[in-house]
Write a protein that binds this ligand. Sequence first.
Ligand SMILES: *Cc1c(COP(=O)(O)O)cnc(C)c1O
Length: 449
Amino acid sequence: MAPMAITPPSEAQVDKTSDLTLSGITTALQKTAPTHLDAATLTPSITQPQKPVLAQPPPQPLPDLNASLLQETHATPSQLRPVPALTDPLRATQRLATDHMIQAHWSLSTGWTAPTLTPYGPLALMPSASCLHYATECFEGMKLYRGHDGALRLFRPALNCNRMLMSATRIALPAFPPAQLLALIVKLCETDGPRWLPKHNPGQFLYIRPTMIATDPAIGVQRPTEAMLFIILTVLPQMDAVPGGVKLLASNDDMCRAWPGGFGYAKVGANYGPSLVAQGEARARGYDQILWLFGDDGVVTEAGASNFFVVWREKGTGVLQLVTAGLGERIVLDGVTRRSVLELARGRLAKGTTAGEVEGLEVVERRFTMDEIRVAAEEGRLVEAFASGTAWFVAPISKIHYKGEDVEIPMAGGDMGVYTGLLKGWLKGIMWGEEAERENPWGVVVNEQ
Ligand SMILES: *Cc1c(COP(=O)(O)O)cnc(C)c1O
């Protein structure tokens, strides 16, 4: 089987009586997808290959999600939507999807149906559908890039598919082979990519939204027995070019996004709706996003729905460091961009590597607080900060409002910090197939017929 989402649990974690979430997920997988039992782990890592644990061959496996069974019904020429010009304000509305979508249905008794590709349109759901009442929903966010070399690319898409499996099983939705989800995503990109991302407009992208929802038409609060997977492609404006940098409002004690024992590490809809009051308030006060702090100490977790990085000189030692929150407490999402930033920094910016003219730095994943940032700024040790995520990409941060004061973040490179600029440039090169990075394995080329 392909490498799976998540690290297998230790012996201690497999003690079913002591770990409610793990034992719940294990029971669910026994019923919904016994072949995936070995994915029934909780650690929010998205790259570690799994080793088989708990596997019991199912008596009669139900049909799994299988991309090769895809049934295609293409839009007729009159159903095709006009692709708006790059200057069309419609593009900024975030309401525009491409011509097709993919769906697959699951039920506890019959497993996965053959997936379908059909013209984009409304879903059929009963008003009693579980997802509408109990937030039994999870999703992914990825991009399809039209490169400067003319190729269409995805960026490390297997990581998103692994993470989707982890998120789905966390909320009692059925398991599926991540490689099959990836094959469906690629199919939709092959179908709509060429027309919506024409070769003569390199540097554009589409946003990919794979989603899974529980569809049981039953009001009872219980583990879903029916679900639907769907994939759509939408038009999203570029969001990383906030003039003057992103301004963050640090969250107050009255609100937190995620907590130990919760589900902040999973991309489940339940994490986002409740955060929008704070986000709206931040906008109303002239800030772009919330910087989510946790606990009495003001531990820094994430910025909006992006991971957060700071570059500073460590207090005492003066060592230059790139710091981000660790994943251990499970209150931070294991972002694909975060992971890529860390890997690039370790490979190309760490002391002893040849980063060119810039000073090498130490890459650190640890618990740190807003007070540490404030003091670093006061003492002139703060170098730069940025947010990372698929939607916002790598966005420089210029200011954080915390306890009545603005902490100003330097941007030595003018519109962003020097390290922010380097990391962003390398990632861009991979995503958009620029000269030096054209053959980088993180950029997965989508073939066009
Ligand atoms: C999606 C998301 C991110 C960014 O993850 P990427 O894989 O880099 O797009 C970060 N934090 C939260 C809360 C998210 O939902």
